[in-house]
Design a protein around this ligand. Structure first.
Ligand code: ADP
Ligand code: GLC
Length: 501
């Protein structure tokens, strides 16, 4: 089974969030499950630097498709190669005018979306479709697996390119429904999206072209990254305006929980830590905690209950609830360490609140992989109070490092953390703290319960041991994706109506 895995981020070459961690780990797990996987990635500078080409570049078919295929001075090329560090086979989508620039993959250095994002990511979808329909004479995938809105046009372009002929089936995975890739209706023409598809049953979203909706409408199967989120997005509360479209395709939707790459996230071997530990011998955790307290300018109090968060600072992540509960957290003898980057308003509010508690609260901004590992290892509690969370990875990392997750009961957080209720402590299933009311007082209630458990050291240790024993390997999810791919073989129908339009 040959699978083309289409995404925009790949750890450690380019990462803005969990999409990169998944892009590195899932293809490898699929490979171990017997699939032959090739990644398709835009040749962003940091990605291109980590890839070695090993075959001549391929031209993309320029009939139909986005105008950018014909208007760029240097035509976009597909470069077959492999990731130097992992050996993972990839295709780089090389179009320097679109992908080689300073700033982030989606936004410029000032945080503004790149104005040509429609063309940049339409080209990614087009390249995926071209490979799906045989652009590389040496390798044609059986399935195209597109991730998030950036690759959302791939399923649609596949059907357009196939015309009335056989079409390679596609899977579209929603990592985050909140980011939809919305562009003006007028961009349809330049992207080769037929006008006849610009309606409520097609790619139209409140008068705009939605890449996300294109993926949802035209993929042969849709997945999300946890079973709970797969249910939640069918509701108006969590459906981001797409719940109707999703409900209409509900029989095609499934939730497959993300896994963890324990070769990277393992406190017994993590090269980013000064000391190591595991469930049998936890003493190294105290040293990591002391070192972190020193590094961040927190008082070196071994007994202080250290709460932490490693996160994008966005409305999604719920960090705006923190300032209101911080005074009580500190009054109870706790400490707080946050590593985050993103929304300046959330950052400003956190900075102001945390500055009132010198020695007890520390905020670090920016993206720092090494510090992320140290914080997750050192803390006693990892906070993930997200408003919504498709899967969430830091709570899973926290479990492995004996850092009990404190989470809002949504999405993948609800699927992976069991609250320390008396029953759950009693039957040995408790692994963290779960709150239901998304408010500062809801969060504070869970914080209080964390302090209460800490005053029962035997119970705390039992919960911590159980948390550390949990395994969210990639093996099972990879098998689930493989079965899904298999179920699609030979079933994808050419979409004749797309061709006539
Ligand atoms: P999302 O993808 O929504 O941001 P996830 O929990 O799935 O959330 O994944 C976040 C990933 O990004 C984790 O690997 C986490 O450790 C990492 N991360 C988030 N913020 C930072 C940061 N400021 N510095 C380093 N790593 C970060
Ligand atoms: C998204 C989601 C996050 C998920 C990650 C990887 O960024 O916000 O919940 O863990 O993708 O699938």
């Amino acid at each position: 089974m040959k699978v083309l895995y289409v995404c925009t981020e790949l750890y450690p070459l380019l990462k803005t969030g969990g999409l990169a961690d998944v892009g590195a780990a899932l293809p490898a797990a699929l490979q171990a499950a017997g699939c032959h996987v090739r990644l398709l990635l835009p040749a962003f500078a940091s990605i291109a630097a980590g890839v070695r080409a090993d075959a001549p570049a391929l031209r993309l078919p320029a009939r139909a498709g986005p105008d950018v295929l014909r208007t760029l001075e240097t035509p976009p090329m597909l470069v077959p190669g492999h990731v130097i560090e992992s050996g993972q086979p990839v295709y780089l989508l090389d179009a320097p005018a679109l992908y080689q620039r300073d700033g982030g993959p989606y936004q410029d250095a000032a945080g503004q979306e790149w104005s040509d994002n429609a063309a940049r990511f339409a080209l990614l979808g087009w390249a995926a479709a071209a490979l799906g329909q045989g652009a590389d004479p040496h390798w044609q995938p059986d399935v195209v697996h597109a991730h998030d809105w950036h690759a959302g046009l791939a399923p649609l372009y596949l059907k357009l390119l196939a015309g009335t002929g056989p079409v390679t089936p596609s899977v579209f995975t929603v990592h985050n429904l909140a980011f939809q890739g919305l562009f003006s209706a007028s961009s349809c023409a330049a992207l080769g999206v037929p006008e006849s598809l610009f309606n409520i049953d097609g790619v139209e979203y409140h008068g705009l072209l939605s890449f996300m909706k294109a993926g949802l409408q035209f993929a042969d199967a849709i997945t999300t990254v946890s079973p709970r989120y797969a249910q939640e997005i069918l509701t108006p509360e969590q459906g981001c305006g797409l719940d109707g479209a999703l409900r209409a395709r509900r029989e095609r939707i499934s939730g497959i929980l993300n896994g963890v790459d324990y070769a990277i996230w393992n406190p017994a071997t993590d090269p980013l830590l000064n000391a190591h530990f595991d469930g049998q011998c936890i003493s190294g955790k105290a040293r990591v905690k002391r070192d972190l307290q020193r590094l961040l300018g927190l008082e070196e109090r071994p007994q202080a209950l250290l709460f932490a968060a490693v996160t994008r600072l966005s409305e999604q992540k719920g960090l705006h609830l923190v300032p209101a509960m911080l005074p009580e957290l500190v009054e109870r003898g706790g400490q707080l360490a946050i590593l985050g980057s993103g929304d300046p308003a959330i950052e400003g509010a956190l900075r102001e609140a945390m500055a009132c508690h010198p020695g007890q609260a520390a905020l670090r901004t920016g993206y720092d992989e090494a510090l992320a590992h140290c914080i997750i290892a050192a803390a006693d509690v990892i906070l993930v109070p997200s408003r919504f969370e498709p899967c969430g990875l830091t709570q899973l990392y926290g479990l492995r490092y004996g850092t009990l997750p404190l989470v809002h009961a949504v999405g993948g957080l609800a699927d992976t953390v069991t609250d320390c209720s008396l029953e759950a402590i009693d039957d040995g299933s408790a692994s963290g703290f779960v709150f239901h009311d998304f408010s500062a007082s809801g969060l504070l209630g869970a914080v209080r319960r964390a302090f209460a458990l800490r005053r029962r050291p035997a119970d705390w240790s039992a919960v911590q041991r159980h948390a550390m024993q949990q395994r969210f390997d990639w093996q099972q999810p990879a098998q689930a994706y493989r079965s899904l791919y298999q179920s699609l073989l030979g079933t994808a129908l050419a979409h004749g109506s797309l061709v006539s339009s």
